[in-house]
Structure formats: C-alpha cells, structure tokens
Design a protein around this ligand. Structure first.
Ligand code: ATP
Ligand code: MG
Length: 442
C-alpha cells in the first residue's frame, strides 16, 4: 500500500501509545509554573510578520532564514510564530494585562515554527514551555525565573544539566562592546560567512551566535561583553549570582552566550546537557527590558525563558526518567449475543457515571478475540455476559491479576459491588507492597 501523504519534513506525530510522555511533561511544567504563581496565557498560532521582525530582530537567523510567512488572498502577511515571547507580550499589551499590577507572571505551552536544517533535537515544528515575568527590574526576578526553570528540570528527573549565565548589558554598555567587536572582526572580514559579513556593521554580536564552524573559530578570541558592562549592569549581575547562591542553584558564568534573539538585555541563561548531541540547549532565556516599549507599550522591564519540549523528552528518555502511565481500564464487559450487548450498554453507562473506566465489545466479535483484547488493554476486571447471566441477574467478576472470580449483581447492586471490588483490589495491592517492604527489612 503506497501512502498518498506523509508528514512534512521536520514535523513529528505523537502516536497514542507515546502520548503519556507528553502528558507527563505538560502536567509537571504547568503545575510547577502555577506553584510559582504563573497563570496560563494562550495566543494565536500566527501573528503579523512585523511583530517578529521588530522584536526578534531583523539581523537574526530566525527572521532572516527561518520564518514561515503566509498570506491569504487580499490579506497582509502573517508569520507562524517562531517563538512565544513576542506574541505573548503583544497579547498582554492588547488586553491591558500590563495595567493589572506588577509583577505579571504568565506561562504557556505552544508550538513554534522555524525553517531550519532538520537534525535530532532540531525540528521545523517544535514545542516550547515558556514563562514570562513582566514589571520587575530586580535581579530577584531573574533568580526566580531561573529557579522555576530549574525546578521543572529537577521534577522531570533530569540529571547532569548545567546552568550557564551571562550578562549582555544594556544598550549603553553594548554600544561600546559592539565597537570593540567590529574592531576585532574587521581584519577577518573576508573569512566570515556572507551573513556575518553583513552583520559586522549592523549587529556584530550576532556573529558570536553564528552556527558556522569557521566563524566560531574566528570568534574564539573576541572580546567578552562582561569586560564592557556599565556599573549598573555589573551590579545587577553580581546580585543575581548572590541570589542564585542563596537558592542553592549551581551555575557557570559563560561570557560567550549571547542568545539568538535580539530583544535580550542584561541577564541571559541556558540550561545545557551534553547527552543528546549538538542540540543540547534544553532551555534558554533572559531579560528583555526594551521589548515592551519597542512594541508600543510603556517602558517596562521583563524577562522569561523558553524550554524545548522535544529536547527535554529526548534527555528524559536517554536518562530513563519516570513517566506517568495512562490510566488503565477498570472493567471490560465481554458479551455473547445481541441481548448481552444491550445489557452491557446499561451497565457501562451506570459505571461510567460513577467514574469507572469501562469498555465493552464494539466490533461485534467472538468471545475469544474479546478476551484477547481485554488482556491487551490490561483491564483490572472482566465480566462475561451470556444468556445464563442475563436470566439469573448475576455474573462472575474476574480479577485479571489473581484469576479470582466472585459473584456480582448485574442489577441495582452492580455499581456498589463493583466499587467494593475495586477498593479490595487496591488494598490488596497496598498489602503486597507493604509486605515487600517488610520482607526487605525496611
Ligand atoms: P539553538 O541555539 O539550539 O538554535 P535557539 O537559541 O534558537 O536554540 P530559543 O529561540 O532560545 O533557541 O528557543 C528556546 C528553546 O527552544 C531552545 O533552547 C530549544 O530547547 C528549543 N528549540 C529552539 N529551536 C528548536 C528547534 N528547531 N527544534 C526543537 N527545539 C528547538
Ligand atoms: Mg536557533
């Protein structure tokens, strides 16, 4: 059979047997964000192209090479969001969220689109968990946002992940630094890639973020921003380091981090692992004190991060972290014949109303394939319904783990008796666990 359509390059499907992995991550990230007082925000998948050009920056890879821009007849141009921050700031401004007092703290889980070279951990549609905090210039806010990202990474069970921090200063200190970079790169201009030759004048810091190995080699001995920070930016960075120390969060200062988006100011940070190859940045973020004003709002300090969920899942699988399994079926009702099936329908309705996870034969097949299916879905109990059971009003409830069978009413008492069986099964499970612990002398 030749399939007529395949998924676009750089996209991924999540098959039903694997979605529990995503549920685990989505639950942990949203519960952790909420515990830190962040509320969820949802925004559209596409925005005016101009929003990203203004915020992410004209000379960045994202804007120059990676945006998916679409237009429908008669419309202006839209771009599928390459990241979350710009749209979230636009939405907070447009909905007056900035007027509701500071700090405002939001989180989101969303898909992003970038036309990139596809590799492990580098997709064209990927997902980010992101957090943004608006309205605080204090380094405490920086420490808090980093602590939240760290909590998430700890709670999913990641190990050997390093936090790198840097400060890329404010527009004032950065101007001096830019000039130093121009002076440094000018003699090497001909050796740089085409894109970076153009960047040399407009935005030389971008050269430091270039992925080309030749350019990286040239940039190796370039001046570092930390030597150019003004007193205020220096003090801000020193305080952040103190606060991280107070929170017991280990970090390295890496003066080479500049991040791939232009809106960053002062603090930038990355959580990196070496365990999934070259695409090891699981989380990246920083401060963007100028962005809100750039989008037409009042000058307001803000910061945040984006965490790549596909990369997070790659590391989790590599490190064999625990995932929450999907719920399994409580009861499968196997039926023989039409009247048994109709009886099953009323039983299923009553049990589902009480919250039980119940299935029955939807394919109209024989008892044997039904039992095979019940086994495959790992159901806790089975009832087999035939004419005898319907006539007597009683059936056998089979515990699939022990093989034990007990009588169960198919009438009014059904729900109560099944609830009791579920409770008994839970307790015997607990007794087994306690028994095991005592056995091990714990
Ligand atoms: P990189 O340096 O790896 O290209 P970036 O600096 O472009 O990352 P950000 O824009 O800061 O990344 O996005 C935040 C996070 O989103 C990254 O740290 C990464 O985990 C994830 N991410 C970015 N681009 C991709 C992609 N193409 N595929 C999968 N995940 C991605
Ligand atoms: Mg990138």
């Amino acid at each position: 059979m030749a399939l007529l359509a395949k998924k676009p390059k750089g996209t991924a499907d999540v098959v039903p047997s694997k979605s529990y992995m995503w549920h685990t991550v989505e639950k942990i990230v949203s519960e952790t964000a909420q515990q830190y007082g962040f509320k969820e925000i949802r925004i559209p998948t596409f925005e005016d192209t101009g929003l990203f050009v203004r915020s992410v920056g004209e000379t960045t890879d994202v804007v120059q090479k990676e945006m998916y821009t679409v237009s429908a007849a008669g419309d202006s141009k839209f771009t599928l969001r390459p990241e979350g921050t710009a749209g979230v700031m636009r939405a907070m401004l447009e909905n007056g969220v900035m007027n509701e007092g500071f700090p405002q703290k939001v989180y989101y889980i969303l898909s992003c689109f970038r036309h990139e070279n596809v590799q492990a951990g580098r997709l064209r549609e990927f997902h980010q968990f992101g957090c943004e905090m608006v309205g605080s210039a204090s380094p405490r806010a920086d420490a808090e946002v980093i602590a939240l990202a760290k909590s998430v990474l700890d709670r999913v069970g990641l190990q050997n992940i390093e936090l790198n921090i840097n400060s890329i200063g404010c527009p004032e200190c950065r101007e001096k630094y830019r000039q130093a970079l121009r002076d440094y790169f000018e003699p090497h201009k001909d050796e740089l890639c085409r894109t970076c030759q153009d960047r040399l004048d407009k935005n030389p810091m971008r050269i430091l973020d270039c992925k080309s190995a030749e350019d990286q080699a040239i940039a190796k001995d370039a001046p570092v921003i930390l030597d150019y920070l003004c007193d205020d930016c220096k003090a801000h960075f020193e305080k952040l380091k103190e606060y991280l120390g107070d929170m017991n969060i280990a970090f390295n200062v890496n003066p080479r981090i500049v991040r791939g988006l232009d809106y960053y100011t002062r603090t930038v940070f990355e959580f990196i692992t070496t365990e999934i190859g070259a695409q090891g940045t699981v989380c990246g973020g920083g401060r963007y004190d100028g962005l809100i004003e750039e989008l037409g709002g009042a000058k307001t300090p803000a910061l945040g991060f984006g965490m790549g969920l596909e990369r997070l899942l790659l590391v989790m699988q590599k490190q064999e972290c625990d995932f929450m399994q999907d719920k399994t079926c409580d009861l499968y009702i196997a039926t023989m014949g039409e009247s048994a099936a109709r009886k099953a329908l009323s039983m299923v309705s009553a049990l589902r109303e009480e919250g039980f996870f119940v299935e029955y034969d939807l394919v109209e097949r024989g008892l044997k394939p039904q039992m095979k299916y019940a086994d495959k879905i790992g159901t806790k109990f089975v009832i087999v319904l035939g004419d005898n059971e319907i006539d007597s009003g009683f059936g056998k409830l089979k515990n699939m783990q022990t093989g034990e069978q007990t009588d169960i009413s198919l009438g009014e008492q059904l729900v109560e008796q099944f609830s009791q069986a579920m409770i008994d099964q839970m307790f015997s499970g607990l007794e087994d666990e306690v028994g095991d612990l005592i056995g091990k002398g714990e």
